[in-house]
Design a binder for this molecule. Structure first.
Ligand SMILES: Nc1ncnc2c1ncn2[C@@H]1O[C@H](COP(=O)(O)OP(=O)(O)OP(=O)(O)O)[C@@H](O)[C@H]1O
Ligand SMILES: [Mg+2]
Length: 451
């Protein structure tokens, strides 16, 4: 079967004639005498139609209104309008409403065949493209966000659940924790995945430059504005705009952004005609936005608009289980790039990495691995080429210095230290830490500790 075509026209003569022509070309055809009957059939039919031929003028419901309703309920169904009375205006209106093309009656058979064929062919390409994109996305997605810790998995699950909705998402986390990758993952798993994912760094531009980047400008808005220029907001229509470092937005731009979030409306620089856009927003910052709000540096109303769903990415030091996995991920990636076999990490180097406090998080880990690969003399990256030491000052004893650790992480480190000191004698370790031997066994298992 070449495709399934629905024809809707109030004149039976025309219906029969078109059906005969198209059936002879190998299409499956169904005809409808009016839009209401057609809408019902579209709602009920299994596979629906691949293409609809729709008459502009019909008594029970104007074809234009029918088109509007069909586009709403079946946005991907291509429609060819048949304009009967030589009115070019209705053709233009139909195209504006999203018709794929139009046929002015009376039309030669060849024109009908060509149009139908082109339309179905394009539809096939669109579908194929979609399938390919999906495949590509799944392939790259499985290569990107790497984790096995329960802490990160929890946030990831939440992210995948909100991906489906159109809610704005705020991603919080220290520098290098993967905020941008997470934002991209949300986009990739959203219904907007076929649209664009556009990141914009709110900290990287001056206020005026950022405004024109975001909202675009019209010709003559300022010296050098020689023509209209669409902003990122317009380019992201149907997709996602990622507002990185959103905590650095100036008060003026915060107000303008708020308007977009509230009303879906903005004005290009130099224009006083508001435009509407359909964009999803994901924002990220490594600032404590709530404290920025309290100190009057960030608008509270904007904060609440952005913070519909918050994703808190845990720092790497709180999820040491992810370190070995991430390390091999980066080792493999470097190997692929340089077309050499991947190097390995010595056990000592890995232990060291698990104990380090990673202020630069995953990005720092990536750098360390890259540097280690270069500096390693053999196939093994050893502890001595790592840029930090075993008795790393980040392991707090009783002092108040260094970053705060979770109790669990503190516990893991203490147990590991004691095990090392006693050469993995668990009874001695238990004595040292004032717990039972059983507890040590349990902790070793829980933290996945190995000599
Ligand atoms: N879970 C992860 N799996 C694989 N790669 C990761 C992961 N998290 C982060 N990365 C990598 O680490 C680097 C930093 O990640 P990203 O840019 O997303 O962090 P960020 O939180 O946006 O940082 P910043 O606040 O500095 O902008 C990137 O190269 C990214 O590919
Ligand atoms: Mg970032």
């Amino acid at each position: 079967m070449k495709g399934r075509i629905f024809i809707c026209d109030d004149e039976e003569e025309i219906r029969r004639y078109l059906a005969k022509l198209l059936k002879a070309q190998g299409y499956e055809v169904e005809t409808f005498g009016g839009p209401l009957e057609l809408l019902q059939a579209l709602k009920e039919s299994e596979g629906g139609a691949d293409l609809l031929l729709l008459d502009v003028r019909m008594p029970e419901l104007d074809g234009m209104e029918a088109l509007r309703r069909i586009r709403e309920a079946h946005p991907t169904l291509p429609v060819i309008m048949m304009t009967g009375h030589g009115t070019i205006d209705s053709a233009v209106e139909a195209m504006k409403l999203g018709a794929w093309d139009y046929l002015a009656k009376p039309f030669p058979q060849e024109k009908l065949y060509l149009l139908v064929e082109n339309c179905l062919e394009r539809e096939r390409l669109v579908q194929e493209n979609k399938a390919l994109r999906k495949e590509l996305r799944e392939r790259t997605a499985s290569e990107t966000l790497v984790f096995q810790s329960a802490g990160f998995a929890h946030v990831f699950d939440l992210a995948m659940r909100v991906a489906d909705s159109d809610s704005n998402v705020l991603i919080l986390g220290e520098s290098g924790t993967g905020k941008e990758l997470m934002a991209a993952a949300v986009h990739d798993h959203s219904p907007r995945a076929a649209g664009r994912f556009l990141p914009v760094n709110c900290a990287a531009f001056s206020e005026t430059l950022l405004e024109s980047q975001l909202f675009g400008h019209v010709k003559g808005a300022f010296t050098g504005a020689v023509k209209n220029h669409p902003g990122l907001l317009e380019e992201a229509v149907g997709g996602t705009l990622f507002l990185d470092e959103v905590g650095d937005l100036s008060p003026g731009l915060q107000a303008k952004l708020l308007r977009v979030l509230q009303f879906g409306e903005f004005m290009p620089v130099g224009s006083n005609r508001p435009r509407r856009v359909d964009v999803r927003f994901i924002a990220a910052t490594n600032k404590d936005l709530e404290s920025e709000v309290r100190q009057g540096r960030f608008r509270e109303d904007l904060f609440y608009r952005l913070n519909v769903i918050a994703l808190n990415l845990p720092p790497l030091r709180e999820r040491p289980e992810d370190i070995p996995l991430l390390a091999s991920h980066f080792l493999a990636r470097i190997a692929r790039k340089s077309r050499r076999p991947a190097k390995a990490l010595s056990a000592e180097a890995l232990t060291l990495m698990r104990e380090y406090h990673w202020p630069g998080n995953v990005r720092e880990l990536e750098n360390v691995i890259e540097r280690g690969t270069i500096l390693a003399r053999g196939e093994m990256i050893t502890a001595d080429v790592l840029p930090f030491r075993v008795d790393c000052p980040s392991i707090p004893q009783t002092d108040e210095q260094g970053p705060l650790l979770t109790l669990q992480e503190l516990e893991r480190r203490q147990v590991l230290r004691a095990l090392r000191q006693t050469d993995w004698n668990k009874t001695r370790t238990a004595e040292l830490l004032g717990v039972t031997r059983k507890t040590i066994d349990r902790k070793v298992k829980e933290f996945n500790l190995t000599p």
